[in-house]
Write a protein that binds this ligand. Structure first.
Ligand code: NDP
Ligand code: HSE
Length: 400
């Protein structure tokens, strides 16, 4: 029997316990041994919960118990999750986590410590909730040179944007619903300001390059500037607005960013709505492949954590390879990236806008007092210079 401990009995942690219990026959068969939840660490007690007798408040009960071989870290945050994880790995206990903040910040160090101690640090649930994306990158796509990854990487913001588009719903009301459903981070600013998607594209960029891409070096813009009026224009253009994480490893260098983009009906990410996420991966031999599923929520995320538990159970005393070393990737200057932009200006500034941007495609929509248009392709730097001269209300990048 393999003894498992869960750190943090919240949305994901309680899901991990539920998945292991509900699917125990399947899971035990696939693990090759029976899994047993021995401890659940949390700050609170859970009177009346079927697992209340497993709840402990002192992490040393778990870390000092040699019977515990696998730990699920579903607490979130950097501290004390970092210390607990490091101590578990140093004691030879594999750790499976949904904590992308910790993975993005300390991934290479924790993987190295795990391997030095003949155990594993696995993080399938850290990107895309229940979508298998880490394992495909680590195992299935090893014959590829991956040159681009584009994804909808945050369930909360995709849920908000979808509701704004389809129901004209108010931003704050939909965010409250996403929180109720357990999709949002403890501090939902991490979702709506794009930091969560940034951590996820950082993790994917690391697996794409095999080196370290630091989240704090990635240009990040959230969805708080997106309004109902933007969706009126998007509809008029046959497009929608999605928060995308993008990473490109091309001839001009390695670019990574997170921002809202206008995408057309033909784009593979157009139909990804609600809490669903999707990741498009472009490899030099395979071409395009896409991974789709629920990007947040209790059971989908827990399922991904438990898939890692099964992998650890199958590899007790053995290392599962993960190509991510701590050599830093220098990101290319994002000001050089070229694209078209959708721009809104006050109707009174139409002439200044045309003088600054030259030939543009005007966007007609049912909005009064504004002049809206799509620019020709230009670099971010050129755009910023022209936008300053034209005094714009807002701009959204266009994903081709
Ligand atoms: P929750 O806040 O629901 O759960 C975290 C749990 O950990 C809470 O019960 C919390 O207790 C407990 N906890 C916090 N600090 C400690 C501590 N020092 N010792 C013991 N217990 C502690 O968060 P989620 O389950 O939503 O998220 C957990 C992690 O999974 C995060 O990293 C998140 O980003 C990630 N994640 C979440 C997804 C989701 O859909 N919710 C999807 C994918 C990843 P208390 O409530 O008392 O603070
Ligand atoms: N808050 C995150 C999201 C949880 O909404 O995508 C899943 O990582």
């Amino acid at each position: 029997m393999i003894q498992v401990a869960v750190l943090g009995y919240g949305t994901v942690g309680s899901g991990v316990v539920e998945v292991i219990e509900k699917n125990k026959e399947e899971i035990n068969k696939k693990s090759g041994e029976e899994l047993n939840i021995k401890y659940i660490l949390d700050l609170r007690d859970f009177p009346g919960d079927p697992y209340e007798d497993k709840v402990v408040h002192d992490v040393n009960r778990i870390l000092d118990d040699p019977q515990v071989q696998i730990v699920c870290e579903t607490m979130g945050g950097l501290r004390p999750a970092y210390d607990f994880t490091k101590r578990a790995l140093l004691a030879g206990k594999s750790v499976c986590t949904s904590n992308k903040e910790l993975v993005a910040a300390h991934g290479p160090e924790l993987i190295r410590i795990a391997h030095e101690n003949k155990c594993n640090y696995l993080f399938e649930a850290s990107v895309g909730g229940g979508i298998p994306i880490i394992r495909p990158l680590n195992y299935s796509l090893t014959a590829e040179k991956i040159d681009a990854i584009t994804g909808i990487l945050n369930g909360t913001t995709n849920y908000i944007l979808s509701k704004m588009e389809k129901e004209g719903a108010d931003f704050a009301d939909v965010l409250a619903k996403a929180q109720e459903k357990g999709y949002a981070e403890k501090n939902p600013e991490a979702d709506v300001e794009g930091h969560d998607a940034c951590r996820k594209i950082a993790i994917l960029s690391c697996l794409m390059s095999g080196k370290n891409v630091r989240a704090e070096n990635i240009y990040t813009e959230g969805i708080t500037g997106i309004t109902a009026t933007d969706f009126i224009y998007a509809r008029a253009m046959g497009k929608t607005i999605k928060l995308l994480g993008k990473s490109v490893n091309g001839e001009d260098g390695f670019y990574a960013m997170v921002a809202p983009f206008l995408i057309s009906r033909e784009h593979p990410l157009y139909m990804v709505n609600g809490v669903f996420n999707a990741v498009c991966v472009h490899g030099n031999m395979l071409g395009d492949s896409m991974y789709y599923g629920r990007g947040a929520g209790k059971l989908p995320t827990a399922s991904a954590v438990v898939s890692d538990v099964v992998d650890c159970a199958r590899h007790i005393g053995k290392v599962i390879m993960c190509f991510w070393d701590d050599q830093e990737v220098a990101l290319a200057d994002m000001e050089r990236m070229r694209r078209r932009f959708f721009v809104r200006v006050d109707a009174k500034r139409e002439r200044e806008a045309i003088a600054a941007f030259g030939s543009v495609s005007v966007v007609e929509a049912d909005v009064s007092g504004e002049f809206a248009f799509v620019t020709n392709e230009m670099s971010e730097k050129e755009f910023n210079e022209k936008a300053e001269a034209a005094g714009i209300i807002s701009r959204i990048r266009i994903e081709e």
